[in-house]
Design a protein around this ligand. Structure first.
Ligand code: ADP
Length: 487
């Protein structure tokens, strides 16, 4: 496979600790497979607590120097990392598609949008400022200053193997922190390639360490209990996020959590229906439905329900499921057999409870493996599991509603609060939705609103903290207060 890369050194079989590419202390490895074909792409180190501890130690030592570098120096290094990523985008995209399954064009878009976070936070490194405070009396002077928190543990998921890494590592490094990253076991190759490029860009030894592991628990246990780690930045499931937050409590670490979602997609009677269908397709089937901001429940006003459903099914027919490396493919496979089983069970449950299959409804017999047909379900009710569970698959459950108040109440009846979408032209309603929907992000008349310039994050059990934007770097800084008296 490395033969297909322009730069074969981007395919790494080792982890990076303290500037040294290394195996697990135990000598154990695990396989990384292509989800579209089952082909083994690489064997990488299955590291454990001892390796994680070594990485934390290295990051703690490196922090002493990295935090003292000038902001300008960190900015220039991050800019070089950005350029390396852009220059190697084709190789990074190929690695991403091979290990994750998404179409090459989408993989390339992820690599480049992830690179934009590096560029953004390179600039933000230069804007970490403090305040001069109004003193209690004139014999004092008081300041609030912002400092890097210290060693950061970053744990990332498999659905965006490249951009989830840059979203965490770039602001951490910009702030002056050092990082130990544990990428998802399904997709460690993108993270290792990004670390290779960071090294090339001049990120010093120990500043950015990558520890691969077949199961998160052991490395995660060390990262969350080690007192030298001062911050956890995690993206993944709500269950694991809660566990890690609890584990972090013992040493009172700062935490940022990007967890699950159950995004409502509301189509009102005054919506531009074609736009709403385009939006639903874009945000429901993006990454084969495997994102935390994917539309999970499509709720359509009864006056436009039939027309919407028919147009949605027709639009789904224009999509192409297949191996991500093949021309024309728009949706890839599900990440692994467990994901396939989960999606199948949700659809079977909905159908047995009265939902109608408008299109799809099962595994793709022709492609086999973990390919699940792009599916639209009608007559879905709030009692069905598919309405209340994060589907993480290419299934669009459509529910018919009759008034605004009812649909807002239903949209909020979930422990999640990440992204919500609405299609309407009524300005008053748009303001009511923004105030009443309990979500960290609301997209009106658009399915795509994520970039490095905006604050990404959830409320309720969808998480804590924000990634990207001018607020993102604060997650890696703490405010200290200095009082100078006796003047
Ligand atoms: P998903 O269901 O999307 O795979 P997970 O929350 O299981 O989400 O995984 C997200 C990341 O969390 C992955 O890197 C995974 O290895 C890691 N992880 C899973 N369980 C644990 C754990 N107990 N401790 C630390 N990390 C974990």
């Amino acid at each position: 496979m490395s033969a297909e890369l322009q730069d074969s050194t981007l395919l790494r079989y080792q982890s990076l600790i303290d500037g040294v590419w290394c195996d697990a202390r135990s000598g154990l490895t695990f396989e990384v497979r292509n989800p579209a074909s089952g082909e083994v792409l690489a064997q990488v180190p299955d590291m454990g607590a001892v390796d994680a501890r070594t990485a934390v130690e290295a990051a703690a030592v490196a922090f002493k120097d990295w935090r003292r570098r000038s902001a300008r120096e960190r900015m220039l290094i991050l800019r070089r990392w950005y350029q390396e990523i852009v220059d190697n985008a084709d190789d990074l995209a190929l690695l991403l598609t091979l290990e994750q399954g998404k179409p090459l064009a989408e993989a390339r878009a992820e690599v480049l949008s992830g690179a934009n976070f590096v560029d953004w936070f390179a600039a933000e490194a230069m804007r970490v400022m403090g305040d001069i405070l109004p003193p209690a009396d004139n014999s004092r002077r008081e300041w609030a200053t912002r400092h890097p928190v210290g060693v950061v543990a970053a744990i990332t998921p498999w659905n965006f193997p490249s951009s989830m890494v840059t979203r965490k590592v770039a602001p951490a490094l910009a702030a002056g922190c050092t990082v130990v990253l544990k990428p998802a076991e399904d997709t460690p190759l993108s993270a290792l390639a990004l670390a290779t490029l960071a090294e090339r860009a001049g990120v010093p030894a120990g500043v950015f360490n990558v520890v691969t592991a077949a199961h998160g628990a052991e490395v995660g246990g060390e990262l969350t209990s080690n007192p030298q780690v001062r911050k956890l930045s995690f993206t993944g499931s709500t269950a694991v996020g809660k566990l890690l937050m609890a584990q972090c409590a013992a040493t009172v670490k700062k935490v940022s959590l990007e967890l699950g979602g159950n995004a409502p997609f509301l189509v009102f009677e005054d919506a531009d229906l074609d736009e709403a269908v385009r939006g639903a397709i874009a945000i429901k089937f993006y990454n084969t439905g495997q994102t935390c901001i994917c539309a999970n429940r499509i709720m359509v006003h009864e006056r436009v329900y039939d027309a919407f459903l028919e147009r949605l099914a027709r639009a789904v027919g224009t999509l192409a499921l297949g191996e991500g490396t093949r021309e024309g493919v728009t949706q890839g496979p599900l990440i692994n057999p467990a994901a396939f089983e989960k999606v199948s069970a949700l659809v079977d449950d909905a159908v047995s409870s009265g939902a109608t299959v408008v299109t799809g409804g099962g595994g793709d017999a022709g492609l086999g493996g973990t390919f699940y047909q792009l599916t639209v379900l009608g007559d879905v009710t709030p009692a069905m599991k598919v309405f209340n569970t994060e589907i993480f698959g290419p299934v669009a459950p459509v529910y018919r509603f009759s008034d605004e108040e009812e649909v807002i109440r239903l949209a909020n009846e979930t422990p999640y609060g990440l992204a919500a979408y609405a299609y309407t032209r009524d300005l008053g309603r748009i303001f009511r939705l923004n105030e009443q929907l309990e979500y960290g992000m609301v997209g009106v008349n658009t399915p795509r609103f994520v970039s490095e310039t905006v604050p990404f994050g959830g409320v309720k059990e969808s998480g804590i903290g924000r990634e990207g934007s001018v607020y993102g770097i604060d997650e890696f800084l703490e405010i200290r207060y200095l009082c100078l008296a006796g003047l």
